[in-house]
Design a protein around this ligand. Structure first.
Ligand code: FES
Length: 112
């Protein structure tokens, strides 16, 4: 049985297009994603709170709390670590955002 070709990485955005710290909403293949930058690192998560399954933001591209250090669900205030997506405060504490594999190369954030 033939194997399907391995999907190629897709460039989502330039790292420099994001504030530091910063965030942005991206739609890829019909899926709503959020990108979070912290310094030279960036992560990609599915834009869906594990608590109610709804998008995290009220304002486009605004996924971080006022400190810029945590991802925040705008509906009920749950807070998530930007590196792992673990919820550390709120109604879904201990649950995780779904992270998509990604990497930074040549100044671009690639979805693997
Ligand atoms: S929907 Fe996200 S914390 Fe309630």
């Amino acid at each position: 049985m033939p194997t399907s070709p391995k999907p190629q990485p897709v460039a989502l955005c330039r790292l420099d297009d994001l504030a530091d710290p910063g965030s942005r909403g991206v739609v890829h293949a019909g899926e709503s994603l959020l990108v979070v930058r912290q310094g030279a690192n960036a992560q990609v998560f599915v834009n869906r709170c594990p608590h109610r399954g709804i998008p995290l933001e009220w304002v486009p591209d605004q996924f971080l709390d006022s400190s810029g250090r945590l991802i925040q669900c705008a509906t009920h205030g749950a807070l998530f670590l930007p590196d792992t997506g673990e919820c550390v405060s709120g109604p879904c504490a201990g649950q995780h955002l779904i992270r998509r594999d990604s990497h930074v190369k040549d100044g671009l954030l690639w979805l693997d």
